[in-house]
Ligand binder design. Structure first.
Ligand SMILES: Cc1ncc(C[n+]2csc(CCOP(=O)(O)OP(=O)(O)O)c2C)c(N)n1
Ligand SMILES: [Mg+2]
Length: 329
């Protein structure tokens, strides 16, 4: 382990990666038990991309997320209690139980929204980045998306203007090799999606998405460029999801041995082993962090289960804006 990373940062990355992994497993379990209705698209296997990219941002920076967004939101400082309650459709959730897993927003944490519309986050993040530039604020926007989403028109429109206007925007592609059940090579004529940045006049970098410190560094570099007025960066993080596209997906599309090969590079135990080998952390310290995460999740599930579902009479509240005040971030 390179000693340029502080023990505080390493501990933060490990704690957050553990939180994301365990949050996902708990959400899957609670869906089976009936607390959580609807779809869950888990990011098990993609913890390093979510956590390390957000760790390179500040609280004032903003993100847009996707249908596979729990890790992004936790990474950006989302509270598992309000998230679990939102997944359960309870009135104590981030969006009062109206949004569910795919539509969580929390402007206080700089989370402009997960999005059920594939490619829906690009114009929102570009708009936020334009606002930061016009107000001369030292903030960046980061938009998460998948290898499927990069083929949407919204990517190309946002990338074109962001490149032209040198917006402080980071395009963060989690290339997990599939869009639903379609392998990446059947949805795009090139394997390295980072090359697309070239068309829009900004750098595209490829990073090992299962290497937490590599992702952290790539995002830090992109952020520094953005703040220096040099414009966007496209980061393509090569990674893999270990579970189905959604919970219940029969997963008939994987190549034999593919899942096992990626599981051998599971980012969470790999980072744990790296921390122990560095001599900076004792086994007991890591076990304490893991136990603290479990306690936090017990609390989150209890918080969600204790809250009521929203009353039917409130269904139309919060749909139409009465003022612009709530929209200022
Ligand atoms: C505009 C739009 N088209 C299609 C869908 C259906 N859909 C949901 S997720 C998904 C695949 C997205 O793949 P990718 O961007 O690679 O993200 P991943 O699921 O791999 O994280 C599709 C096609 C949608 N929600 N929105
Ligand atoms: Mg994908």
């Amino acid at each position: 382990m390179d000693n340029k990373y502080s023990p505080e940062l390493l501990a933060h990355l490990f704690r957050q990666m553990t939180l994301v992994r365990e949050f996902e497993l708990r959400a899957i379990e609670e869906r089976r038990r009936g607390l959580i209705p609807g779809f869950i698209h888990s990011c098990v296997g993609q913890e390093a991309t979510a956590v390390a990219s957000c760790a390179a941002l500040t609280q004032e920076d903003v993100i847009t997320s996707t249908h596979r967004g729990h890790g992004h939101l936790l990474g950006k400082g989302g509270d598992p209690k309000f998230m679990m309650a939102e997944l359960a459709g309870r009135s104590s959730g981030y969006c009062l139980g109206r949004g569910g897993s795919l539509h969580i927003a929390d402007f206080d944490s700089g989370i402009l929204g997960a999005n059920g519309i594939v490619g829906g986050g690009f114009p929102i993040a570009a708009g936020a980045a334009l606002a930061f530039q016009m107000r001369q604020e030292a903030r960046v926007a980061l938009t998460f998306f998948g290898d499927g989403a990069i083929n949407e028109g919204t990517f190309h429109e946002a990338a074109n203007l962001a490149g032209l206007w040198r917006l402080p925007l980071i395009f963060f592609c989690e290339n997990n090799l599939y869009g639903e059940g379609t392998p990446q090579h059947k949805q795009a004529p090139i394997a390295d999606l980072a090359r697309r940045a070239d068309s829009y006049g900004f750098p595209g970098v490829i990073v090992d998405g299962n290497d937490v410190t590599a992702v952290y560094e790539a995002t830090q570099t992109a952020r520094s460029r953005a703040l220096a007025g040099e414009g966007p960066t496209l980061i393509e993080a090569k990674t893999y999801r270990f579970r189905g596209h959604y919970e219940g997906d029969p997963q008939i599309y994987r190549e034999p041995g593919e899942l096992e090969a990626w599981q051998a590079r599971d980012p969470v135990p790999a980072f744990r082993a790296e921390l122990l080998a560095s001599g900076l952390f004792e086994e007991a310290e890591l076990a304490d962090m893991e136990a603290a995460v479990q306690a936090q999740l017990d609390e989150a599930v209890a918080f969600a289960a204790a809250a009521p579902i929203p009353a039917a009479e409130e269904a139309l509240q919060g749909i139409y804006a009465e003022t612009h005040e709530g929209l200022v971030f």
